[in-house]
Design a protein around this ligand. Structure first.
Ligand code: UDB
Ligand code: ZN
Length: 183
């Protein structure tokens, strides 16, 4: 089982290194083990046996102790259809972003941050991410909006040593930004 690096570890504050291409089998395996961790962490039976595990929707390599620019995202988007959002991204880069912002009404949290920091985290509502796909090894563009875009930006922040509470206004944590959508 993967061990999650907790806030306070210097590694979480570093800029992660670009991954060498073509993608090695080892890096691919790491991405698959990160995806496996997220899927397990969302499985009720697994959680019953591992009560300290939190249900994760995204994970960046620095959070497992690896300072490399890789991340995974996994969640079921529409419980009706069971439609899944799944990304395994290597060297991701935001190539365009909306002016419009979005934020989670309940604030964010982080698998690497044990205590909750109150306040809104404003992020771009829409982004386009250029990356190398962790499964195919091919370049891809991911267009994301709303919650999916928030998760991707949270994970990309980890690659730059940024934690969500860095983005909360210290003087006014619940400051409202005009035009931002609440999710
Ligand atoms: C999370 N999980 O994984 F709507 F089934 C958060 C934690 C910190 C609370 C574990 C989460 O939001 N789970 C969730 C939400 C749902 C339905 C569901 C599970 N992260 C990922 C993280 O820390 N990555 O580095 C924090 C999210 C806050 C905003 C984006 C990522
Ligand atoms: Zn996080």
């Amino acid at each position: 089982m993967l061990k999650i690096v907790i806030d306070g570890a210097p590694l979480l504050r570093k800029t992660a290194k670009e991954v060498e291409l073509p993608l090695s089998s080892k890096d691919k395996e790491t991405l698959l083990s990160m995806l496996d961790y997220l899927k397990k962490s969302q499985d009720p039976d697994f959680l019953e046996k591992h009560p300290s595990v939190r249900s994760g929707v995204g994970l960046a390599a620095p959070q497992i102790g690896l300072s490399k620019r890789m991340l995974v995202v996994y969640f079921v988007d529409d419980p009706e259809s069971g439609h899944e959002v799944e990304h395994l991204l290597v060297n991701p880069r935001i190539v365009s972003s909306s002016v419009k912002k979005a934020y989670l009404a309940g604030g964010e949290g982080c698998l690497s941050v044990p205590e909750h920091h109150d306040g809104y985290v404003y992020r771009h509502n829409k982004i386009t991410v250029a990356a190398v796909d962790g499964r195919s090894g091919e370049p891809i563009l991911v267009r994301a909006e709303g919650y999916e875009a928030i998760v991707l930006q949270h994970e990309i922040d980890h690659l730059d040593g940024i934690l969500y509470y860095d983005r909360i206004d210290k003087k006014d944590p619940f400051k409202r930004v005009i035009g931002a959508i609440e999710i």
